[in-house]
Design a protein around this ligand. Structure first.
Ligand code: 0FX
Length: 249
């Protein structure tokens, strides 16, 4: 019997992983799901609501090492301590193609910096989004993508990789490849630095459209300027419609 700890802060992926586990139906694998202490939509899911499923990986390192055979991090907001990643096999599902898109909100920076984008499943080491790669795949990026449309394609690809590698990941028979030297790392600070528009700044339409679509993600209020008359922040989103297609964004 193998006990697998899954720490997950993303509702969208939780539902897909649960359905994959049910389809696989392995009786020798026991999955225990927890989330971080940052409130997200997953807290409202019936499997977590009022069930004290917060897990602090720093405080609970010893408990994890004693009780589990491996850990899977799925968009987990916590940084795993060295003792944990060295003491037990920890695997991360990352919404970016390592090492090109390490760090936060990969698709945002992929649009703005014109980088390739994809998804990665990798073993965790002491650096963020950095360890040996189990599986990774590029996804297509279109001129009419917003952050949201590209993100959804990346999340689908994460699940495609998980399904394809499910058996080898959980019986430990996969092989890994070392990530290339270099790549990029973007932080949450880098994202926040993109949000305020300087209305006197000039740039090409290409750069301006890329920045606006990179910060257009459903209902999120990201990019803004401040109206000097009212003092109000005005949030900016972009709708992009390629010819012969119905509006999607
Ligand atoms: O769960 P996740 O998709 O992933 C993020 C990081 O990108 C990832 O590298 C890290 N391993 C993980 C712990 O956290 O993040 P999210 O659900 O908070 O956001 C999903 C997308 O939504 C994000 O890529 C961009 C967009 N977004 C999110 C917030 C909070 C915005 O456009 N504005 C926002 O304020």
């Amino acid at each position: 019997m193998k006990r697998i700890l899954v720490i997950i802060d993303n509702l969208q992926q939780y539902e897909k992983i649960q359905s994959l586990i049910h389809r696989k139906n392995y009786t020798n694998l026991i999955f225990d799901f927890y989330h971080s202490n940052v409130p997200t939509a997953i807290w409202e899911h019936a499997d977590f609501k009022n069930q004290n499923k917060i897990l602090d990986v720093n405080q609970k390192t010893e408990w994890i090492l004693e009780n589990f055979d491996m850990v899977v991090s799925v968009h987990c907001y916590q940084f795993f301590p060295a003792k944990l990643v060295k003491g037990i096999r920890c695997i991360n599902i990352h919404p970016g193609y390592n090492p090109v898109n390490r760090g936060w909100y990969p698709q945002v920076f992929a649009i703005i910096k014109d980088l390739q984008i994809g998804a990665t499943i990798h073993e965790m080491d002491e650096k963020l989004d950095n360890g040996p790669i189990i599986s990774r795949k590029f996804v297509k990026k279109f001129a009419w993508d917003t952050s949201l449309t590209l993100y959804n394609r990346v999340l689908d690809t994460e699940m495609e990789l998980l399904e394809k590698n499910f058996d080898s990941i959980f019986n430990g028979t996969y092989s890994t490849e070392k990530p290339e030297i270099g790549g990029n790392f973007f932080s949450k600070r880098d994202f926040k630095d993109l949000l305020e528009i300087d209305m006197d700044q000039s740039d090409t339409y290409r750069n301006m459209i890329n920045r606006i679509r990179a910060l257009t993600h459903g209902g999120y209020k990201n990019l803004y300027f401040t109206d000097p008359d009212s003092g109000k922040k005005v949030y900016v989103n972009l709708s992009l419609i390629p010819e012969n297609e119905k509006e999607k964004n």
